[in-house]
Design a binder for this molecule. Structure first.
Ligand code: SAM
Length: 274
């Protein structure tokens, strides 16, 4: 296990912890829908709303086979599978997250159309042109070799297919304030700038179709989440299930990082030319 998967993987028992939290809140596990799990399994800024935008940009059909690079607890993969009616494979470096993702798919009735494997997003081992679409959501921040990541996305995508990246980028406002939800310090944090992305994606072979900066909405999302938690208390299961007590400080830092333009959230929709 490397430093990144150690950061995300806790002491174990995450499936049981989420299960008990849902039971304690009186949520019927047999009637769970992916949206019910969003506060814990859509582990990126703007949560499910961002995933819905990604689905639009992926241009999917029910026959599509989609790859999610860095699939985490599987929230985006399940939302894609549920709404597009397609099949999604998730690859993630953190074994415990793959275990949780598999369990949550069983609970939501999506285990037939979502599959999760431990692996590295820069070398998935999948055959060339194996999938119809690829997404990666808040993962590249942990990967220093971004060319390897985008080259792998290009290699496994069929010609004509879409690739959507939604990531946290370095802003012009100065160094990131740590800890943040992807790293305790700069040793496992490697943010590209928007300018870097505009060079990296074409260098891997992609045509960039659109670039959307959602940083203002991201700041509002964090502020609303913190206000809602202060007013109503937290939802049954949140990112704190695996980030622990540090999550409060991380969320406060993210408000400052966004307000001071130290970070940006940007989605790039790309295609692999036919
Ligand atoms: C902030 S989480 C995002 C998870 C998921 N994409 C989502 O939006 O809910 C970052 C994820 O990237 C994974 N990750 C980091 N580096 C990776 C790599 N080289 N290969 C595969 N997964 C990686 C981590 O294990 C973690 O699950």
């Amino acid at each position: 296990m490397n430093q990144v998967s150690r950061f995300y993987g806790g002491p174990g028992g995450l499936v049981a912890a989420i299960s008990s939290a849902l039971d304690a809140a009186g949520l019927d596990r047999t009637a769970l829908r992916p949206a019910d799990l969003a506060p814990v399994d859509e582990f990126h800024i703007r949560g499910r709303a961002a995933t819905l935008e990604i689905i639009e940009a992926l241009d999917l059909t029910a026959e599509s086979h989609v790859l999610d690079l860095g699939s985490g607890l599987g929230g985006p993969a399940r939302t894609v599978a549920e709404l597009a009616g397609c099949t999604v494979t998730g690859v993630d470096l953190t074994p415990e997250f793959c275990e949780v993702a598999t369990a949550l798919s069983e609970w939501t009735g999506l285990s037939g159309r979502t599959h999760f494997h431990v692996g590295d997003a820069t070398a998935t081992g999948l055959p060339d042109a194996a999938v119809d679409a690829v997404l990666t959501v808040h993962v590249a921040m942990n990967i220093s070799d971004k060319h390897a990541l985008y080259a792998e996305a290009f290699r496994v995508l069929r010609p004509g297919g879409r690739f959507v990246v939604y990531d946290v980028l370095q802003g012009e406002g100065g160094d990131v304030l740590y800890p943040v939800p992807w790293a305790n310090d700069s040793s496992t944090s490697f943010l590209a700038t928007p300018e870097d992305m505009r060079a990296l994606l074409p260098a891997a072979g992609f045509v960039v179709l659109s670039e959307i900066d959602s940083s203002d909405e991201s700041l509002a999302w964090f502020q609303e989440m913190r206000a809602r938690i202060q007013r109503d208390g937290p939802p049954p299961a949140t990112f704190a299930a695996f980030l622990g007590d540090a999550f409060g400080q991380m969320a406060a830092n993210q408000v400052a990082n966004l307000a001071e333009r130290r970070i940006r959230t940007v989605m790039f929709a790309c295609s692999r030319p036919s």
